[in-house]
Design a binder for this molecule. Structure first.
Ligand SMILES: C[S@@+](CC[C@H](N)C(=O)[O-])C[C@H]1O[C@@H](n2cnc3c(N)ncnc32)[C@H](O)[C@@H]1O
Length: 233
């Protein structure tokens, strides 16, 4: 699926302690590879149990660099390295008003809520009803009053909480949806996978400078599910 070989589903046997040990090793690996740099993102990745967001039948593979299918039509929980890769690029930090398009498992949203802290706010939108219910159930085990889950088309953004300091799309667009650029604050950053052809996607970082000028740079090649909805592929 999506260019990765997913291991066959099987019941989870690992203990909480084993998962915590694997989480520490993964964080050390991401630092060594240069994906993880800031202490605030490192602390959040050590704190949040990613295994809680991975479906039971794939849970023992939680800390491998693999995406796993979620309930819903085209939903996955992304590879572990993709979270610091996105969040470091936009410099997600304490106090940010953050918008995520593509809630998926809820892991990225919880990580972000931990990073922005009580002075920040996270709004995450999911278009697939079954995926939304899955994430909502996972997230209900945590207490993050600064995290808001919205079911709908994230390409349109969410005006009631705009303007945003940082925006992240976790599904690949062809053109960055104009409402998202409109809802990004001046000085804000948006990151998204963008399809450059049928077979290739670039991870691009958009910065809205003070005064409104837009600057876009390409970071690297990636592989993500396609954005759906009004601005979908
Ligand atoms: C790679 S997955 C998200 C991974 C997620 N951030 C996580 O931590 O598990 C991409 C998600 O984007 C969702 N999606 C696609 N188009 C969307 C849209 N227009 N609005 C909101 N969600 C969308 C898909 O249903 C899928 O769940």
């Amino acid at each position: 699926m999506f260019g990765w070989i997913i291991p066959p589903p099987k019941p989870s046997k690992k203990t909480k302690e084993t998962f915590y040990h694997e989480r520490q090793l993964k964080v050390a690996f991401l630092k060594q590879k240069g994906y993880l740099k800031s202490r605030i993102i490192e602390k959040a990745m050590l704190k949040i149990p990613r295994e809680h967001f991975v479906p039971c039948s794939y849970r023992d593979h939680t800390y491998e660099e693999l995406p796993f299918p979620l309930p819903g039509k085209n939903s996955t929980i992304s590879c572990p390295h993709s979270y610091p890769m996105f969040y470091e690029a936009i410099a997600l930090s304490s106090g940010d008003n953050f918008l995520e398009i593509g809630l998926g498992s809820g892991y990225g949203a919880i990580l972000a809520a931990e990073i922005v802290g009580p002075k920040g706010k996270v709004t995450s939108i999911e278009i697939d009803h079954d995926t939304f219910l899955y994430a909502q159930e996972r997230i209900s085990k945590f207490e993050y009053p600064n995290l808001f889950l919205i079911e709908g088309d994230g390409g349109k953004g969410y005006y009631p909480h705009a303007p945003y300091d940082k925006i992240c799309l976790t599904a690949a667009c062809v053109e960055i949806p104009p409402p998202l650029i409109d809802q990004l604050d001046e000085g804000g950053k948006l990151i998204t996978p963008r399809s450059s052809s049928r077979a290739s996607q670039d991870l691009v970082l958009l910065e809205k400078e003070i005064g409104g000028n837009i600057k876009v740079i390409t970071i690297e090649k990636v592989l993500y599910v396609s954005l759906q909805g009004e601005y979908g592929c």
